[in-house]
Design a protein around this ligand. Structure first.
Ligand code: NCD
Length: 319
């Protein structure tokens, strides 16, 4: 039996049944998830990469949008905890026959599911499921709203690579307007005490984002030299209805990272990207694959974060 357990912190008890977003999580709760992920990280380095923590539990992945990393990461995380995993994709399902999300989810739950991981183009879809299902609900990205496990894995990556998050200056660059990754990142970073500067053209950076406690800058060159971390977001072409910037070429000239621009940053700046990368748009390949890049660390860390989240929401001490 593996002695995997959350870190001993007598002052703290995890009580949440769902992970719907980072907005209502406290800094202590976020830190507790990161600490739990730290204890699960080691499992992936063993020759037998499995612990019995969720043996007998069933996790259903409900994906109504395309995904590579997030879906595989949740699947592997559940498998490493010894849960059974059901896979659902909207393509090829009865959704095509007109079934509602609520009906689809309740039917899947009727098979005895303990946790539902949902990605959906509609903001608030996971919250709706949380009202109608008994299972734990984990938001794997809802529209332009939140992507909490991405926010968590990003702050975890910063903590691991830089030794801490508080006081770090983090630039989030690009399509802030359409990005659930930006929102969850800003929430996690601000709660853990980082300074956040969002960078992009005015058409992609809504002024209202300042209310989340970050500052706005429209020139990457102006702020790059101050940053400890730069998180380059993908342009969400599938969510942009009108042309919000003159051309992709012009965008990457002003907001893309290449070796020359990176040369003006701090030498140990951490370069991040949630994936999938549009190589040549958000950054050139030499930067994406270079020594400052934490992009593959993010993916590795995402697995530990998702193991932690699946483990915690499946505990009995619930609110
Ligand atoms: C992101 C998503 O789907 O929100 N990808 C991911 O989960 N790693 C970001 C994106 O698609 O640009």
């Amino acid at each position: 039996m593996d002695p995997i357990a959350p870190p001993a912190d007598d002052a703290f008890t995890w009580t949440r049944k769902h992970l719907l977003g980072l907005d209502d999580l406290s800094a202590d709760e976020i830190t507790y998830i990161l600490d739990t992920a730290e204890s699960f990280r080691e499992v992936s380095t063993r020759s037998i990469k499995k612990v019995p923590a969720l043996r007998g539990k069933v996790v259903a992945n409900l994906f109504f949008e395309d995904s590579t990393r997030t879906r595989m990461s949740f699947t592997l995380a559940a498998q490493r905890l010894s849960a059974d995993v059901l896979q659902f994709s909207a393509a090829g399902s009865s959704v095509k026959k007109g079934e509602t999300l609520r009906d689809t989810a309740r039917n899947i739950e009727a098979m005895g599911v303990d946790a539902v991981v949902i990605r959906h183009p509609q903001s608030g879809a996971p919250h709706m499921l949380a009202r109608h299902l008994n299972a734990s609900i984990i938001n794997a990205g809802d529209g332009q709203h939140e992507h909490p496990t991405q926010g968590l894995l990003d702050v975890y990556t910063i903590r691991r690579r830089l030794g801490g998050v508080a006081g770090r200056k983090v630039g989030i660059v690009g399509d802030i307007a359409h990005s659930r990754v930006a929102r969850s990142n800003i929430l996690a970073l601000r709660k853990l005490g980082a300074e956040v500067i969002v960078v992009g053209p005015p058409t992609l950076v809504p002024k209202a984002i300042e209310s989340m406690g970050c500052t706005i800058c429209h020139s990457l060159d102006e702020v790059l030299g101050e940053l400890d971390v730069v998180n380059m977001l993908r342009i969400q072409f599938e969510r942009i209805s009108s042309s919000l910037f003159p051309s992709v070429r012009e965008y990457s000239q002003r907001y893309g990272l290449n070796a020359q621009r990176l040369g003006r940053a701090k030498p140990d700046i951490l370069v991040m990207h949630p994936g999938p990368i549009n190589r040549g748009v958000e950054m050139t390949s030499d930067v994406a694959d270079g020594p400052n890049s934490a992009i593959l660390n993010q993916v590795t860390n995402g697995l530990a974060i998702r193991m932690a989240v699946l483990f915690l929401v499946n505990q009995e001490h619930r609110s």
